[in-house]
Design a protein around this ligand. Structure first.
Ligand SMILES: [Zn+2]
Ligand SMILES: [Zn+2]
Length: 370
């Protein structure tokens, strides 16, 4: 690789993506440079482009979940599992870094995704600090970043197809404390919802319902493991409630997973879940306004558990890799990544993601095409 590394930079919200040149970073002990094979354009990147996330240090190099080949390593580099990694290895890394391990969130409450020190590649790292995002020919892996070898059975496209949505889905299933034979309904058939469907199925759900749109995503939802899908645009909330109750002894499902990011979805979700069930809210990554609930009807008398799910931890990253190693051949994660774009085409990729023409765009930084 030359010393001239190209990256696609988001200068500020609503501004076109620009290609900028970066120097090859000096590596400290324990640091590494990853030649990027694949990164992604997901819903988060559209939110970043719309300026809907607080505290983002623009300009940034987006692309938080990425995969590649170790180009250079300074000093020994061990993966999370303790294995010694070598230049030329296909690896992936956990995009969340600098979680402090000392604050109250980390130690007392054991909620490291709420650590104030936590930073995320491609989201909360500035391009002024260097190559901290996947929309670039190379990514700087600072010392302490969690790195893992990509299993041979997992292609770069499988890994990025699952991507951040799969990591989030592992966390969601954990938060749902799913029991064998639980019935599950997933609201939303974007990248998070599709992976949640697959993991609910693999985790032993008796039936999996999904609500979403457009038709192509519903077809993929079935292939990911949904038994019954409801087209959000072609059915009424009443029809969906009737359909779900008809399949669950008139009760509603044991677990509803919200991965839709809509205030109306919350109002519907509390009706679709059975009395005493669990409702996991994971899609409200940005503030989309207020939902209207009646505490007596929907929470107290219903004996409902409502749980939020924010971000993911190193364990979710490693367990996502385990799922991919075992199931990528049969669960079509690679199909979530609908199209692959070169660095110069990322304005188009963002527009396509924004208009929901694609579920997720893959980024191939080797295909520069400037
Ligand atoms: Zn902390
Ligand atoms: Zn993402």
């Amino acid at each position: 690789m030359s010393d001239r590394i190209l990256a696609a930079v988001m200068p500020a919200p609503h501004q076109p993506i620009e290609i900028r040149e970066f120097g090859r970073p000096e590596l400290p002990d324990g640091g590494a440079l990853l030649r990027t094979a694949r990164s992604e354009v997901c819903g988060t990147d559209v939110h970043l482009w719309h300026g809907r996330l607080a505290g983002v240090p623009y300009p940034i190099i987006p692309g938080h979940v990425s995969a590649g080949v170790l180009e250079s390593i300074r000093g020994p580099l061990r993966g999370i599992d303790g294995e010694l990694l070598r230049e030329g290895d296909r690896v992936v890394f956990f995009d969340v870094h600098r979680t402090c391990g000392r604050c109250r969130a980390c130690t007392v409450h054991r909620t490291p995704t709420r650590c104030a020190e936590r930073r995320v590649y491609g989201i909360t790292d500035s391009a002024a600090d260097g190559l901290f995002g996947g929309w670039a020919q190379a990514i700087y892996l600072e010392p302490g970043v969690g790195v893992a070898r990509l299993p041979d059975a997992v292609s770069f496209d499988d890994y990025i197809g699952g991507g951040c949505g799969l990591l989030t889905a592992v966390h969601i299933i954990e938060r749902a404390t799913m029991r064998p034979g639980d019935s599950v309904l997933v609201q939303g058939t974007g990248a998070v919802g599709l992976s949640a469907i697959a993991l609910a199925r693999l985790n032993g759900a008796s039936s999996v319902f999904a609500i979403g749109a457009p038709a192509a995503r519903l077809e993929l939802a079935r292939e990911m493991g949904a038994d019954e899908v409801f087209d959000l645009d072609a059915t009424s909330a009443e029809q969906r409630l009737d359909g779900v109750r008809a399949g669950t002894h008139g009760e509603g499902v044991d677990v509803v997973i919200e991965a839709a990011g809509s205030a109306r979805a919350i109002e519907e979700g509390v009706l679709l879940v059975r009395d005493g069930g669990r409702y996991i809210v994971a899609g409200h990554y940005t503030d989309v306004g207020t939902s209207s609930l009646n505490a007596h009807q929907h929470i107290n008398r219903k004996h409902l558990e409502i749980r939020g799910c924010w971000g993911s931890e190193t364990g979710h990253f490693l367990r996502a890799l385990g799922f991919l190693e075992r199931y990528a051949a049969t669960v079509p994660w690679h199909r979530i990544g609908s199209r692959t774009y070169a660095l110069a085409d990322l304005n188009t990729a963002l527009a396509d993601a924004e208009a929901m023409r694609i579920t997720k765009a893959l980024v191939d930084p080797a295909a520069v095409a400037l």
